[in-house]
Write a protein that binds this ligand. Structure first.
Ligand SMILES: Nc1ncnc2c1ncn2[C@@H]1O[C@H](COP(=O)(O)OP(=O)(O)O)[C@@H](O)[C@H]1O
Ligand SMILES: [Mg+2]
Length: 355
């Protein structure tokens, strides 16, 4: 039987480019080669697309970008082709692909943009569709959709760049409604970039201004004191959730350094929590996954407050896929090893968009 051609897209224009390289390397290393043929497509930080014919080690190190055999590539939006065009001088070739695995995190990867392009091209792809990806990327819209469905999240308010001349009134409202400390975040960012905790009016204003350097909309939230728990959801029409895992951050909160620099943050899988709390978290994760229209996979992140409340923080539609990432580790703990997980994700892509 002919192998299924999987285009694995990696890199991308977001600030999570480097994480994507590690995630994609692991995906390529673990994919079942008896069933799948991998077509590696890299996107540089500037947004150049290349078909990369080199080996997988070059992806993780970033050396892929300077490979002299790279060929400029593009997805053709016309579903007639269902493929990736490579441009070699005057010659254009089309590599037919059966399915795309966009192993891209953050902007232009996890936000519905590439998903929209693939929808137009009629190519099946792994993960959530256009709307769910966009709704989970914008924390303000995630709040709106999930709160409408009765899911508890931190109390919040959002401000757009065009409303900055009302910053004083906005801060007054936030202080009155949320009380200090207040968490300030760009609405559409990831990896804790631009996230800060403010303890007074001056810090609040500065944190909002800083967050505006990353995005045109900023969200402020009440601070939830408690533990951070994450669940892996997998499936299509009937999704299921893993046991929760716990993030034990080495910093005051799970900021960029705690995630990637210090290396002292630990993951506890499964989390040491009572069974009824685990059930509540898993049920809420599935409810949220369905409410927002997720498909394939998502990692749903929660707080378990000191008062025992289960509070949803955010949904990541393309979570980290490195060997030490929470999503594949939670699935492994659930009895689905990495390569079987990839097989299931690709099968789900065909369930949504048949070949
Ligand atoms: N409302 C909140 N209360 C307490 N801690 C928070 C709150 N919001 C965010 N944090 C902390 O900041 C981290 C990053 O925020 P998060 O919303 O997950 O953004 P990102 O998309 O960048 O991961 C969280 O993992 C948590 O440690
Ligand atoms: Mg987060």
């Amino acid at each position: 039987m002919a192998k299924t051609k999987v285009a694995v897209i990696f890199g991308g224009r977001s600030n999570e480019h480097d994480i994507s390289l590690i995630s994609a390397s692991n995906v390529i290393r673990n994919i079942d080669r008896t069933k799948y043929e991998v077509i590696p497509i890299g996107i540089t930080k500037k947004g150049r697309w290349y078909f990369y014919p080199g080996d997988v080690d070059g992806i993780q190190s970033g050396e892929w970008e300077t490979n002299t055999d790279n060929v400029p590539a593009a997805i053709l939006p016309d579903p007639l082709y269902r493929g990736i065009a490579t441009v070699n001088g005057d010659e254009i070739n089309i590599i037919k692909v059966d399915v795309v695995f966009p192993v891209l995190h953050g902007k232009y990867g996890e936000d519905g943009t590439i998903q929209g392009l693939l929808d137009m091209a009629g190519i099946p792809y792994v993960g959530c569709g256009c709307f769910a990806s966009a709704a989970c990327m914008d924390k303000n819209f995630t709040h709106k959709v999930l709160e409408y469905h009765g899911i508890r999240m931190a109390k919040s308010h959002a401000i757009r760049a065009s409303e900055l001349d009302h910053l004083d009134e906005f801060c007054e409202l936030a202080e009155k409604d949320l009380g200090y400390p207040i968490f300030v975040k760009p609405c559409s960012s990831g990896s804790s970039v631009g996230v800060n905790k403010a303890n007074n009016t001056e810090e609040l204003k500065n944190a909002i201004k800083l967050a505006f350097t990353h995005d045109r909309k900023v969200i402020v939230e009440e601070c939830i004191k408690g533990r951070e728990l994450e669940v892996a959801v997998l499936g299509g029409a009937k999704p299921f959730a893993s046991e929760p895992g716990e993030i034990i951050s080495c910093n005051d909160f799970y900021d960029y350094d705690a995630k990637y620099v210090l290396g002292a943050t630990s993951l506890k899988i499964p989390a040491d929590i009572p069974p009824e709390v685990s059930s509540k978290i898993r049920e809420t994760a599935i409810l949220a996954f369905r409410a927002i229209g997720c498909f394939g996979l998502s990692r749903v992140d929660f707080f378990l407050s000191d008062k025992g409340e289960v509070i949803l923080n955010e949904i990541n539609t393309m979570p980290g896929f490195t060997n030490i990432s929470m999503y594949p580790m939670l699935m492994d703990n659930f009895g689905i090893p990495y390569s079987e997980l990839l097989d299931k994700l690709i099968t789900l892509a065909f369930e949504r968009t048949p070949k």
